[in-house]
Design a protein. Structure first.
Length: 269
């Protein structure tokens, strides 16, 4: 037998969340697993980093048979960054972030700490996967089918030869493996929200606001991650952190308007 792959896992639901613990249990059957995750829930943190206070990293006992587990007083991106650049004395073969309790579809990826942890892996040159279970945010979830799938899917991702700056964002439906219709490579859908803020008053008379938006039930095109999940398939979306809009770069009219003549004096009159 060859040397086992080394897998770094993280999440944004916190190190004791059921999703990451189930993932750790399954991956440890085949791989050497190292856990670096936030000490508490850090959902919707995006790619935030801790800059103005120290990070504390504590090695802890873990309920899964991992090589080592570390609780980090920071964001998901902090966890992966400090693991790769300060704590581990080797480069893992892959980073897996999740399993997130809830979807990361469409524009969710812009806010997701789960996706950002995977992107941090890619920024550091490590192949990376973000994985989420789409169960409608129900309190209880069975993460085992998703964890078993990812355990078998890791070699496929490594063999795919992802280009630099790219991760795969995996969303799975909340069904058994036998009930999954297919695996489909997708593009991001829309998945827009109403973004309603409730205005409230606290016991001291101070006004505060609570984000209470709901998902807009709109048609999604075939081939998007949103529609693929609705069709009971696993959605696999390649995402890159290079956000350069090449369409604008290649549009001569648009580019000329933005560029003017290359001189500041041309717009100052």
């Amino acid at each position: 037998m060859g040397e086992r792959l080394k897998v770094l896992i993280s999440n944004d639901d916190g190190i004791y969340a059921e999703g990451i613990q189930t993932l750790a249990e399954w991956l440890s059957k085949k791989y050497d697993v190292y856990v670096f995750a936030p000490d508490r829930e850090r959902s919707a943190m995006g790619h935030a980093l801790t800059l103005h206070k120290p990070l504390r990293v504590d090695e802890i006992e873990y309920d899964a048979p991992v090589v080592a587990a570390y609780s980090v007083t920071g964001t998901p991106s902090d966890c992966v960054k400090i693991a790769l650049n300060a704590i581990l004395d080797f480069t893992p073969d892959i980073v897996v972030s999740g399993i997130n309790h809830g979807p990361n579809l469409g524009i969710d990826v812009l806010y997701s700490g789960t996706v950002s942890a995977a992107l941090e892996g890619a920024i550091n040159g490590v192949p990376s996967i973000a994985v989420s279970l789409v169960n409608g945010f129900e309190k209880h979830a069975d993460f085992n089918p998703t964890a078993e799938f990812i355990c078998g899917y890791i070699p496929r991702v490594l063999e795919a030869g992802l280009p630099p700056k790219t991760i795969v964002n995996v969303n799975t439906p909340a069904v058994t493996l036998k009930e999954i219709a297919a695996i489909k490579v997708t593009e991001l859908g829309h998945r827009m929200y109403t973004d309603t803020y409730e205005r409230r008053v606290d016991p001291r008379g101070q006004v505060y606001y609570w984000l209470a938006g709901e998902i807009m039930d709109e048609h999604e095109a075939d081939g998007t991650d949103v529609q693929t999940i609705r069709d009971n398939m696993v959605s696999v979306t390649p995402i890159q952190f290079d956000m350069t809009n090449t369409q604008v770069l290649n549009d001569e009219t648009c580019r000329a308007k933005l560029n003017v003549d290359g001189s500041v004096h041309a717009i100052l009159g």
